[in-house]
Design a protein around this ligand. Structure first.
Ligand code: F6P
Length: 323
């Protein structure tokens, strides 16, 4: 195998550039010709492919986002879409692809594998919802962005006796909400995995007020049944007396931008090197993941099979810590 491709797919994550850099430089060092596929699977279908050299990936290590661009492609989920993609790969003699992304992207990799095309995945999503890996590229940076915002909001909350409902990303996963809430000392954490009605959120905030707290933070996952806006709306409509005035801050894509932290750069660099090592051994149909500090290649089946579970012991701990 001489020619390989690399693409980034789904929501961008800080550290994707570091992973591209690692795939390209380790790939070139190992004797591969490396091609970049632009704009994820959509670009693959459109044939947006260009050769990358060790120099093409200079100066990107510390930059968030992805120099290759990313996209979410509905067409790639169809056999016809994938046939177009496979035709472009065959035209350029590309014999394997490294796919950097989260669960949707690895599901795409799995589909390509089932079509008979060799793939190696790299775990990358801020949501940390990819099963089989302790963490993915981008999680630590996004968590620190959320945490810094919570710290800032707590300062102004304390000046005004307010509760801030801080909404964090995570799609259907409560990981970012739980971890930023625990690390940021939130009074209440609302996650999709543990259903909580607005009355219960209000009760917990009132209790915090009655225990003598003069400001509060409720971290709400965007995927919770009641997001931050819905909770604030409910409190207003039902005249809930919390003790605190209510304000809402939705962090949104702020969590995806910015420079990748040291952990994400290092993880991405290790994942990229491991993906090339796998291809050198002729091992495909795997995803590079982190388990107990070790980079491992696990079968793609394992990451597409079932959703990742939230550590509920930490959820309980956050409740105690808010006392
Ligand atoms: O999967 C990463 C993520 O940032 C989720 O947390 C969020 O729900 C989603 O992507 C947002 O998607 P988009 O960037 O397409 O709006």
């Amino acid at each position: 195998m001489r020619r390989i491709g690399v693409l980034t797919s789904g929501g961008d994550a800080p550290g994707m550039n570091a992973a591209i850099r690692s795939v390209v430089r380790n790939g070139v060092f190992a004797g591969f010709e490396v091609y970049g596929v632009y704009h994820g699977y959509a670009g693959l279908i459109a044939g947006e492919i260009q050769q990358l050299t060790a120099r093409s990936v200079g100066g990107i290590l510390q930059i968030g986002g992805t120099m290759l661009g990313s996209a979410r492609s509905e067409e790639f989920k169809t056999r016809e879409g994938r046939q177009k993609a496979l035709a472009h790969l065959a035209e350029r003699g590309i014999e394997a692809l490294v796919i950097i992304g989260g669960s949707g992207s690895q599901a795409g990799a799995y589909a390509l594998m089932q079509d008979g095309f060799p793939v190696v995945g790299i775990a990358s999503t801020i949501d940390n919802d990819l099963p089989g890996t302790d963490t993915s590229i981008g999680v630590d940076t996004a968590l620190n962005v959320a945490l810094e915002s919570i710290d800032r909001l707590r300062v102004t909350a304390s000046s005004h006796q307010r509760v801030f409902l801080v909404e964090v990303m995570g799609r259907g996963s409560g990981y970012l909400a739980l971890m930023s809430g625990l690390a940021g000392g939130a009074e209440v954490i609302v996650v999709p995995e543990v259903p909580m009605e607005p009355e219960e959120v209000a009760r917990r905030l009132r209790d915090a007020y009655n225990r003598g707290k003069r400001h509060a933070i409720a971290v709400v996952a965007e995927g919770a049944k009641y997001d931050a806006d819905a909770l604030a709306h409910y409190f207003r409509e039902h005249g809930e007396r919390l003790g605190f005035e209510v304000r809402v801050t939705t962090l949104g894509h702020v969590q995806r931008g910015g420079a990748p932290c040291a952990f994400d750069r290092l993880l991405a660099t290790r994942f990229g090197a491991a993906a090339i090592a796998a291809l050198t051994r002729g091992e495909t149909g795997v995803v590079e993941v982190l388990q107990s500090g070790q980079v491992k290649a696990i079968a793609l089946e394992q990451v597409v099979a079932k959703p990742k579970k939230l550590d509920l012991t930490l959820y309980e701990l956050a409740h105690t810590m808010a006392w």
